[in-house]
Ligand binder design. Structure first.
Ligand code: PGA
Length: 478
C-alpha cells in the first residue's frame, strides 16, 4: 500500500486537518500536545485483551490480579479471594490442585480469565459497564457462580470500570456515580479498626473488631487525623497496661492485646479517645462475627481460651442482654453480625430494640435474596458490602440500591485478606454509601483505601460533603 493509499484508507488527512483547526481555535499553548490529545480522543477505546496473574494478598495468600488492555492503555485491578462461611454461595475460585500454596492457589481462576473471559470481552467498549458485567455473568453457567469464581469476576469487572473512567476522562468515583445515575460528593465516615480479636487475632477476645467512627470530624481528612491520633494513644495505653509485647496487631491492623472481654477492649478505646481529646466526637462500633463462635444454638465467648471456665456459653437471649448493656454504657452505635449467620430470629429481635445500627455481614453475604428477606423481616438495618461476595460492579451497585431503598445504612467493606487495590474508596463515594470499613490507620492494604479518600476529598474541594453525623442516613438520602 502506498503512503497516499494509507492516508486515504484511514481518512488521516481529514482527521489531522480537524485536529490542527481545533488547536488554532483553542489557541492551544502547546499545539503538539493538544493535537495528540485530540487525535487520541478521536479513536474510541476497545478492549483488546484481558490478562490475569496470581499475586499475594495481605495474608500472603494468592489473589487474582487482572490487566485489562485496551487499544489505548492497560488498567489493573485485583480482588481478594477471602472465603465465605461454609455452606454459602459467595465463594471464590481456588485451585482444585491442593498441594500448591496450601490449597489456596488461584491459577485456575487466572486461566479462566485468560481463556474464556478475555475472548468474551475483546472488542467491547469499556464505558459499557453493564454490558461487560452481563457478558461476564453470561459466561458463568452455574447459578452460584462457581463456573468462574467471584474473585475472577470482580477483578475483571473493576479493571473494566477503571478503563471506562479513563476513557470518559473522569475520576473513578464519578464514573461509578454515573453508573448509578447520581452525583458523587459524599465522603464516607470511616469505621477505623483499633482492636482486633476473633479469628483475626491470636488473643482471647471473642469479637473480631472494635472500631471508632469519627462522626464529629468536620471532613474526611480530620476524621483520619482523629483516627490516627486515637490509634497511637491506644498503643501507648496498651503498652503501659499490658507491657510492650501486647501491642502486636491483627489482620485488620487493630491492636491485639490479650484481653478477653468486650468491655475491657471498649474501656481501653474510651481512654485513648479521651487522651486524644475527642470525647463526644468519636463513636464506637464492633464487629462481633458471631458465626465464628456459635456452637449449636449457643455462643462460646471463651472459644479461644486454652482452658474454659464453662461460664462462657451464652444463649442468643443472653447475647441480646450483653449488647443492650454495652449500648447503654458506651457510645456504641453499630454492631455487626451479632448472631450466627442463620439466626434470623434473634437478629430481628435485637434490631427491633432500635438500640444501634445492626449490620448484616454473614447474615446477608451481600446476596440480593438474603437482603430482600432481611428487609421484609427487619432482621437488620444496615448492609456491609463486600464486593467480592457479589461478583461484578453493577451487581454490587444493585445491592447498595436495595439497601438504600430500605433506608438502611450502607458500609462498604474491605476483606481481612485484601489486596492493595483502592477501588472500594471510589465505590464508597460513587455509591454515596456514607460508611467505609477498611481496617486500621496502618498496614498498606488498609491505607491505600483511606489515602485514596483523602485524594478524592481534596479533588472535590468545596463540593465534597463529609457524611459525619449523617453516617447512617447519607446512603438513603442521596
Ligand atoms: P472477612 O472480614 O474478610 O474476614 O470476612 C472482613 C470484615 O468483616 O471486616
Amino acid at each position: 500500500m502506498s503512503v497516499q493509499e494509507y492516508l486515504e484508507k484511514h481518512l488521516l488527512s481529514r482527521k489531522i486537518e480537524e485536529a490542527v483547526n481545533a488547536a488554532v481555535r483553542a489557541k492551544a499553548p502547546d499545539p503538539v500536545l493538544f493535537i495528540s490529545t485530540h487525535m487520541r480522543r478521536a479513536a474510541p477505546a476497545v478492549i483488546t485483551s484481558v490478562r490475569a496473574r496470581q499475586i499475594l494478598d495481605s495474608r500472603g495468600e494468592p489473589a487474582v490480579e487482572v490487566a485489562l488492555h485496551t487499544n489505548k492503555a492497560v488498567h489493573r485491578a485485583s480482588a481478594a479471594a477471602a472465603d465465605a462461611p461454609e455452606g454459602t454461595a459467595a465463594d471464590a475460585t481456588r485451585d482444585a490442585e491442593k498441594r500448591k500454596l496450601l490449597a489456596r492457589a488461584v491459577a485456575d481462576a487466572v486461566q479462566v480469565i485468560n481463556d474464556k473471559v478475555s475472548e468474551a470481552l475483546v472488542g467491547m467498549d469499556p464505558q459499557q459497564q453493564a454490558q461487560i458485567d452481563q457478558a461476564i455473568m453470561d459466561l458463568d453457567k452455574a447459578h452460584h457462580k462457581d463456573g468462574i469464581g467471584m474473585n475472577a469476576m470482580l477483578a475483571v469487572s473493576i479493571a473494566a470500570c477503571k478503563a471506562g473512567s479513563a476513557e470518559k476522562e473522569v475520576p473513578l468515583y464519578k464514573h461509578i456515580a454515573d453508573l448509578v445515575g447520581k452525583s458523587a460528593t459524599t465522603l464516607p465516615v470511616p469505621a477505623i479498626t483499633v482492636i482486633n480479636g476473633g479469628t483475626h487475632a491470636g488473643n482471647r477476645l471473642p469479637i473480631q473488631e472494635i472500631m471508632i467512627l469519627p462522626v464529629g470530624a468536620k471532613n474526611f481528612e480530620e476524621a483520619m487525623q482523629m483516627g490516627s491520633e486515637t490509634y497511637h494513644h491506644l498503643k501507648d495505653i496498651i503498652s503501659e497496661k499490658y507491657g510492650p509485647d501486647s501491642y502486636n496487631i491483627g489482620e485488620d491492623g487493630g491492636f491485639a492485646p490479650n484481653i478477653s472481654s468486650i468491655s475491657e477492649g471498649l474501656d481501653l478505646v474510651i481512654v485513648a479517645i479521651d487522651r486524644a481529646g475527642y470525647n463526644g466526637r468519636i463513636k464506637l462500633a464492633i464487629d462481633v462475627a458471631a458465626t465464628d463462635f456459635c456452637i449449636g444454638k449457643k455462643y462460646d465467648l471463651e472459644f479461644k481460651f486454652a482452658e474454659k471456665s464453662g461460664q462462657g456459653f451464652k444463649t442468643a437471649d443472653d447475647m441480646i442482654e450483653i449488647y443492650s448493656q454495652l449500648c447503654s454504657e458506651y457510645p456504641l452505635v453499630s454492631i455487626e453480625q451479632p448472631f450466627d449467620k442463620d439466626d434470623w430470629e434473634h437478629s430481628k429481635k435485637f434490631t427491633t430494640l432500635e438500640l444501634c445500627q445492626v449490620v448484616g455481614d454473614d447474615l446477608l453475604m451481600s446476596d440480593p435474596d438474603r437482603i430482600k428477606r432481611a428487609v421484609n423481616e427487619y432482621t437488620c438495618n444496615a448492609l456491609v458490602l463486600k464486593a467480592n461476595q457479589v461478583g461484578t460492579v453493577m451487581e454490587a451497585l444493585e445491592v447498595v440500591k436495595q439497601a438504600k431503598d430500605a433506608h438502611w445504612g450502607v458500609m462498604v467493606s474491605h476483606r481481612s485478606g485484601d489486596t492493595d487495590d483502592s477501588f472500594i474508596a471510589d465505590l464508597a463515594v460513587g455509591a454515596a454509601a456514607g460508611q467505609i470499613k477498611a481496617g486500621a490507620p496502618c498496614r498498606g492494604e488498609c491505607l491505600t483505601k483511606y489515602n485514596q479518600l483523602l485524594r478524592i476529598e481534596e479533588e472535590l474541594g468545596s463540593d465534597g460533603v463529609y457524611a459525619g453525623g449523617n453516617w447512617r442516613t447519607a446512603a438513603s438520602s442521596s
